[in-house]
Design a protein around this ligand. Sequence first.
Ligand code: ZN
Length: 306
Amino acid sequence: MFKSKKPEVNIYIPKSALGVIYDECDQYDLDETGGRLIGNYKKNGNKYTIEVSGIIEPGPKATRTATSFFQDGEYQEKIFRSVEEKHPDVEHLGSWHTHHVNGLDTLSSGDRATYQRIVNHHMHNTDFFYALLVVEKKTGGQQRYTIKHYFLRRKDSAIYEIPDSQVHIIDKPLIWPFSGANNYLPSSIPKAVEVKSNSNQERVKDQEFFAEFYSGFKPLFSKNTNAFYWKGKLNLVDNTFLDVVVIENQDDHGWAYSIAVADQIPSISNILTSYKDRTFKSARLAVFNIERNINQGIYLKKESNV
Ligand SMILES: [Zn+2]
């Protein structure tokens, strides 16, 4: 690979694009997430001016863990084609993803290898790749997350971190996700959820609690109901298992959690019914309560049958 002059890169990114990114981050406190960055660029020698004008969401078939993230490429390509119809000059600029969930504050070796492969691929339209990385969740302040920007060039093995002084936050509407008058926003795109900080703190505590005591519990997000929920199995005193779902709701008093079981169990149906209208301050409180009540019910039934 030849040694070339260090590129001079300026990034222009709308406030609303950061909003889309942060909203997505808010929904995935525990697993990596991300999306594609689209827009335009100008190149003059080794000077690049990159302007982000849209964020394509990861798509319904994206898969996530705390240390990996795979986008739904087919879905993203479809969205890109539909955006391109209205904005023929739009380009793929790169992608963004999160590391604040795993504490790695830079690109992983896997990220580097993937991006090098993409930028050097003969089908890649541009001679660069722009990667935005979310490295830290902030408490308070306007910017909800700390982000870093990286730039890769074809036939250049270096990866350049772009200093903040060359990242310009601008006021400009996005071409995607589009939410103007002639709305073509697919229903699978979650609306921007304003997540209160106390909710996140509960989620973090719930996560710690479940990891320690109920390792089968998983945090999920329903795009249909636009709600965050936990799903897992209770291991009951009679050695049976019970699937439960804890749903996060917002009411006048803030955040509330309701719990539902997947199966009807006739011997304890009164207990299960009593939970239909109950809400709890946290998911762990809901799980802890229902498990204790069900086990008491099962135990008392056994006693009375003797
Ligand atoms: Zn990564």
